[in-house]
Design a protein around this ligand. Structure first.
Ligand code: BG6
Length: 482
């Protein structure tokens, strides 16, 4: 692992505290960081490193309980707080001097701030020389608010950094299970012949959360589920499921296949939005038996907000492999349970010689679960034991935690290590991002122009009734099994 300095812009923020620093701490504990590597956390307020570390320790405490104190002490020795307000050029002069005087092999500048600060911060990096060829810049999502603002940010960042220095992060691509999806598809000959319109009835991708907006009301109310989850995480998963086999695992071989899928997504026209999409907003309800407030009662949310906390979409891919196969996408906050999964429903046998079990769900299903546990389950029919010809459903189960008892890096840890090693494959290329915005934008615009509010759903359920209706119009059902 090369020696590096990581400049965490937004080092006092929620993302740094909840995800980035814990991920770096895990990598440190696993002995994966170069001994000389440093983390320079920046914030707009004056503070000392000691004060910063004390606050950080408070915030990270529950996760630190099982770590030996020596590990924390040696990790903290890598940390340094630097005041860097985007409006104060002299702050960035000092920051650049600090980094450039040491000359680490790699410098990672992680922009964990609001996107409107990306451009002024990149300007400062460019002005102070923190954009040399060994510098890599990491851009957090959401990159912009729509296609135009996304392009404006990308164009501005490109003035200071070459494309191969830019790491657009989508943490779903760092999840072990998402990479496993590639391994399952392209490491085995078994599934590939079936992975097409002739054998697949529909594909469902769900990312359901129990959490609400968790103190991020201001951000979330400006964003909504379509921008927060669909434009990035769900479309990236869709690409991984639908793309053609890449010729190799090199970064552009994979990304070239993903962009083809994004380009092949059938546009949803304004006239089709009502028929192919559902947007919902949660009302008060209960999660795991505990009452929770409705979205409109959350702090930071406008009382008449029309921001969606749930989205379901029927997407289609216009190419030879997938023409006519619905890809049902769904995500929501305050849903019945936390689950992220990809379900491939295979077609029924062409001619039934056994009586069929009475259920509407397809009998052959492959369920690739990403969360809460990582598993793969293949459902099929077998003969019911005894003196009968009836069939009964059963499944083959693979639970990764039980099968492989090794430490698994979290998504952010893996991606941060990839940035340090200069591996771009799990990061989103500019053209992918543009194409994803292009596809979601007509939906955003049509919703914004509509006089209809999002459909209400009770917290702790699977979303509005319209979400089930979206599928029942095609005689399909969401796969819901907890
Ligand atoms: C983030 C979204 O990108 O992903 C959050 O901004 C969401 O709103 C989170 O909660 C979900 O990630 P995970 O890994 O917990 O499923």
């Amino acid at each position: 692992m090369p020696d590096f300095d990581m400049v965490l812009v937004g080092g006092t923020g929620d993302l740094a505290r909840r995800k980035l620093l814990p991920a770096l701490f895990d990598a440190h504990r696993a002995g994966l960081l170069h001994p000389a590597a440093r983390i320079l956390a920046t914030g707009s307020h004056p503070s000392t490193t000691e004060e910063y570390v004390a606050t950080l320790e408070q915030g990270m405490r529950p996760g630190l309980e099982h770590a030996p104190p020596g590990d924390w002490a040696s990790f903290v020795a890598r940390l340094c707080y630097v005041q860097a307000d985007a409006r104060q050029p002299e702050h960035f002069d000092a920051l650049a001097r600090k980094v450039l005087s040491r000359q680490p092999e790699v410098v990672v500048c992680y922009l964990a701030t609001a996107p409107h600060l990306f451009v002024p911060i990149c300007e400062q990096f460019g002005r102070t020389g923190l954009n040399q060829s060994n510098v890599r810049v990491v851009l957090e999502k959401p990159l912009g608010h729509d296609l135009d603002s996304n392009e404006a940010i990308n164009a501005a960042v490109a003035r200071y950094f070459a494309e191969e220095q830019i790491y657009r992060i989508d943490h779903y691509l760092g999840k072990e299970s998402v990479q496993n999806l590639m391994a399952i598809r392209f490491g085995n000959a078994l599934f590939e012949p079936l992975w097409r319109r002739e054998w697949v009835q529909d594909v469902q991708i769900t990312i359901a959360e129990e959490l609400g907006v968790e103190g991020r009301g201001d951000f979330y109310d400006q964003t909504g589920a379509l921008r927060d989850m669909v434009q990035n995480h769900l479309l990236q998963l869709l690409c991984m499921v639908a793309m053609e086999p890449p010729t190799s695992l090199t970064e552009d071989a994979v990304r070239d296949e993903k962009i083809k899928i994004l380009k092949a997504l059938k546009p949803i026209t304004p006239q089709e939005v009502a028929e192919k999409t559902v947007r919902g907003q949660y009302r008060a309800g209960a999660i795991a038996g505990k009452p929770v407030p409705g979205y409109l009662e959350e702090p930071g949310i406008a009382p008449d907000s029309r921001t969606e906390t749930f989205v379901a979409i029927k997407a289609e891919i216009a190419n030879w492999r997938w023409a006519g196969v619905p890809f049902y996408l769904r995500t929501g906050k305050r849903m019945q349970s936390r689950v992220a999964e990809i379900v491939i429903h295979f077609r029924d046998v062409p001619h039934a010689i056994f009586p069929r079990p009475l259920t509407l769900s397809p009998q052959n299903r492959l369920v690739i679960r990403l969360q809460p546990e990582e598993s793969i389950r293949l459902y099929f029919l077998v003969k019911q034991p005894g003196d009968t010809v009836a069939l009964t459903p059963t499944s083959l189960d693979l639970d990764f935690a039980n099968s492989f008892k090794v430490r698994r890096a979290g998504a952010y840890e893996r991606l941060l290590l990839d940035v340090i090693r200069g591996r771009l494959g799990l990061f989103v290329r500019r053209d992918e991002q543009v194409q994803a915005w292009r596809w979601v934008e007509p939906i955003i615009d049509t919703w914004a122009d509509s006089s209809l509010p999002p459909k209400p759903y009770t917290a702790g359920t699977w979303g509005p009734a319209a979400s089930s209706a979206l599928l029942s119009r095609d005689d399909a059902l969401w796969h819901e099994e907890v």
